[in-house]
Design a binder for this molecule. Structure first.
Ligand SMILES: [Fe+2]
Ligand SMILES: [Fe+2]
Length: 472
């Protein structure tokens, strides 16, 4: 029986060095973002080398190839993809970040940010990326925006449907028009009739992943209904990107058909995942590796670089808040945040930041239990880790959002239980409020989600987010 091996990457967000990766303006930008933009070329090169040296049969890329659709980023990334395509066939979809849908393309020079960066438009993109997979193309659908969704023949019995969901859904949201969805279902029917399995790739999420509170806005229009329709049409496995969060989620349609969504993380942000898919006789094995390092400007960086960069998004803000009023103002400004009456409020912000940097779990737990009349967390759990600094645990939880809770496996059980209790705390407090039942239920619809997310982060419920098996 033929074995087919594919590697999947997502959200490379390649950023051309010609757009400025040095100086204060760039550092403020980089320091507020999980993605490692300056290093994105070196990171991709390291991943491409690893894939060229491996036994994978192809490389699939699930969108956001460039950072914000900059011409220079596309042109340089195309050269890298063309080189990779010489060794391993590349199947790639672009997504909204590739055509600057929100006009965000920027360049940096010293202390200044410029918004005058030439970008490619939606009309330019299909022509630039159409040659990837050309020889293996079996069918195509052109969306209202002019993007192509395509079916590729990967092997005698395996096909990939790589769909572009940009602005094609209800109300201009990401998703699928009726005709687009009908075409997808017809392709699934055709594959089955031809005795081939089909796997799929789109950029935005079909299913809410970690929870609607965090991922709801990242889904395609009517995502769960579309997922059920695709499951009923025979699709079992969909790869998505966009959230930058590794998470594998299942849905069973009302008719009883299961679809697994694999949300890939960003290659150029923590934890820099590369997903390997092995298909043999209708059994799909998924195994995620993390990039273990890359060379940049004559220096080698290990996997910890990604973790530190992401953790620093929080540390940078808190350190600035605790020490330097102007530094914090600039950092917030770089993110478009302007606090009213900042000068008056800063002493309070500084005090809170200093506390956040130094408070221990014991003191934080006592404070929380006092404020919530004992509804915060178990006293014995708090006592067991009372001398731990609180902030590193919060950072670990933050990193777990991105790595599919891989790090949670090494966290102390007491810490995990406290995290879950704190997550449920808001709902417990709402229960005790002297308000009407209807109002209580309305608030709980949000607070219950916080509890569910904390639970999911510490004790993931679905298939293993790193390694799992799916029947096609
Ligand atoms: Fe992205
Ligand atoms: Fe995206």
């Amino acid at each position: 029986m033929a074995v087919f091996k594919a590697a999947f990457l997502a959200d490379i967000h390649y950023f051309s060095p010609t757009l400025g990766t040095k100086g204060r303006a760039y550092e403020l930008r980089s320091g507020s973002d999980q993605k490692c933009l300056a290093e994105s070329g070196a990171v991709f090169d390291a991943a491409a080398k690893r894939l060229c040296d491996s036994d994978v049969d192809c490389v699939c890329i699930a969108g956001d190839v460039t950072n914000d659709g900059e011409r220079a980023s596309h042109d340089e990334m195309l050269a890298k993809l063309n080189a990779l395509n010489e060794k391993k066939p590349v199947y790639v979809i672009t997504s909204t970040h590739d055509w600057c849908s929100d006009g965000r393309a920027r360049r940096y020079e010293g202390n200044e940010t410029f918004w005058d960066v030439p970008s490619y438009s939606a009309e330019d993109l299909p022509g630039l990326y159409d040659h990837f997979g050309k020889d293996a193309e079996l069918a195509r659908f052109t969306t209202s925006k002019g993007f192509a969704s395509r079916v590729f023949r990967l092997s005698d019995d395996l096909r990939l449907i790589a769909v572009n969901d940009d602005c094609d859904g209800e109300g201009g949201k990401s998703g699928y028009s009726e005709a687009h969805l009908a075409w997808m279902k017809e392709q699934l029917r055709q594959a089955k009739a031809d005795g081939a399995y089909m796997i799929a790739m789109e950029h935005h999420l079909l299913l809410p992943g970690i929870g609607k509170l965090i991922n709801g806005g990242q889904m395609i229009a009517n995502g769960e209904a579309v997922a059920a329709e695709l499951a009923d049409a025979g699709l079992r496995l969909m790869f998505v990107g966009h959230s930058h969060m590794m998470r594998t989620t299942e849905i069973v349609s009302p008719a009883g058909n299961k679809l697994t969504q694999v949300n890939l993380g960003s290659l150029t942000g923590y934890p820099a995942p590369i997903l390997y898919l092995t298909v043999e006789g209708g059994k799909a094995e998924l195994r995620t590796d993390f990039l273990d390092g890359f060379d940049y400007e004559g220096k080698h960086y290990g996997a910890d670089f990604f973790k530190t960069h992401t953790a620093d998004v929080l540390y940078n803000l808190l350190n600035a808040a605790a020490a330097d009023k102007e530094d914090l103002r600039e950092r917030l400004g770089a993110d478009g945040i302007k606090i009213p009456k900042y000068d008056t409020l800063y002493p309070v912000i500084r005090k809170a930041a200093k506390k956040a940097l130094t408070i221990k779990v014991g003191a934080a737990g006592r404070l929380l239990n006092t404020l919530t009349l004992g509804k915060g967390a178990d006293k014995r759990d708090i006592k067991a880790v009372k001398d731990d600094l609180l902030l590193p645990h919060i950072i670990d939880d933050f990193l777990n959002v991105f790595d599919g809770s891989y790090l949670a496996r090494t966290q102390k059980e007491e810490v995990k239980r406290i995290t879950v209790s704190v997550g449920h705390c808001a709902s417990k407090v709402v229960d005790g409020l002297p308000i009407g039942k209807a109002k209580k239920e309305k608030i709980r619809r949000t607070t219950d989600q916080i509890g569910a997310i904390a639970q999911e982060l510490m004790y993931p419920s679905g298939p293993d987010n790193k390694d799992c098996t799916v029947a096609l």
